[in-house]
Design a binder for this molecule. Sequence first.
Ligand SMILES: Cc1cc2nc3c(=O)[nH]c(=O)nc-3n(C[C@H](O)[C@H](O)[C@H](O)COP(=O)(O)O)c2cc1C
Length: 328
Amino acid sequence: MNVTEQSHNIVRIGDITINSIVSSAPLAGITDFVLRQLIRQYSPTCLLTTEMISSEALVQKPEANITYTNDKEAPVAFQIEGHKPELMAKSAKLVENKATIIDINMGCPINKIVKGQDGCSLMKNPELARDIVIAVKDSVKIPVTCKFRLGWSQDTKNFVEFAQLMQSAGVSAVTVHGRTRSQLYGGTADWNEISKLKGEIDIPFFANGDIISPETAKKCLETSKADGIAIGRAAMGDLSLIHRIEEYVINDILLPEPTLEEKINMVKKHLDFEIAFRGELNGIKFFRKFYPCYIKNIRGGGELRHRLVTEINYNNIVSILNQIIEEL
Ligand SMILES: Cc1cc2nc3c(=O)[nH]c(=O)nc-3n(C[C@H](O)[C@H](O)[C@H](O)COP(=O)(O)O)c2cc1C
C-alpha cells in the first residue's frame, strides 16, 4: 500500500483498514485489557495496542492475563518484545487469533530490556531486527508492524534507513517515537524530524510522543506529515482523550475536556473494572498509579492523592472520591 493512497481518516495496514488515524500507544503496566476496553467505549474505531508482552514469558504462559481480550476490542495490535527470531515468531503465533496486528517493540529504552538486545537496542542491530520481522511475518497471516525511536543517540539517528529496512523485511506500518534512546523521556519529541520519513517509505507511519490534546495532535500530524498518530501517557488520565482527538483531527470538532466530576466518574469506573479483572485487593493496589493522572490541578490534591494511594478499603476510596465531587 502506497502512502499516497491513504486518506485523511483511515489508515491501511496491510490488508486491514483502520477507520481512524489515531492509535493508543503501548504502555507497560497501563494499557491492560481494562484500560483498552474503556478507551474503546469512547472510541469505536481507534487502533488499540496491548502493553508489551515478553516473548520469553509468553511461550511459558500463553494464556496469561496480559493476553486477555474479547471480541469487542478489535482492532487491537498485540505488541511482542524480545530478540530471538524463533521465539518472537512462536509468540506471535500464540496470540495471532486474538490480535488484529502483531507489533514488535524496537523502542523500549529501559536498561533491563536493552541490555538483553531487546527493545531499542535492535536499532543498533538492524540485521537482527530484520530477521525478527522476517521470522514473525513467516509465522502469522495478520499484518506485522513495529515501533521504534529516532535512533540510539543524537549521533546515530537511523530511523529512516531503519524504517526502510523494516519495510523491506515485510512490516506494513511503523510507529516512530520522536526521541532517541539516550533521551529516554527527557526533552521533547521531535515531530519535525519524523517528517523525514515522508516519501522514504511506502507504508504508513504513525508519529508518537508528547501528544496531550486534540490541538497538539493536529499540530503533530501537520509537522510530522504522518499518516496517523499514537497517544501514550496522556490517555492515562482521560478515557475520552483518544476519541476527542479523533473528532478534532478527522471531523474538526473540538469536544470539551471532561470536567473534574466526569473525571472522578471515570476513576470510579476504571477502578471497578480493574477490581473485576484482578480481584479487589490487587485491583485497588494496581489502580494507585492512575490517581495522579486523573486528579490533578485541584486544591488539596496532594493530600487527597496521598489518602487514595494508601487506602485499601474500597468503600473508603469511594468516599474520598465522592468528597472531591461534593467539595467542588
Ligand atoms: C510507563 C510507560 C510504559 C511504556 N511501555 C511501552 C511498551 O510496552 N511498549 C512500547 O513500545 N512503548 C512503551 N512506552 C513508550 C510509549 O508507547 C510512547 O512511545 C512514549 O510514552 C511517548 O509517547 P507519549 O508522549 O504519548 O506517552 C512506555 C512509556 C511509558 C511512560
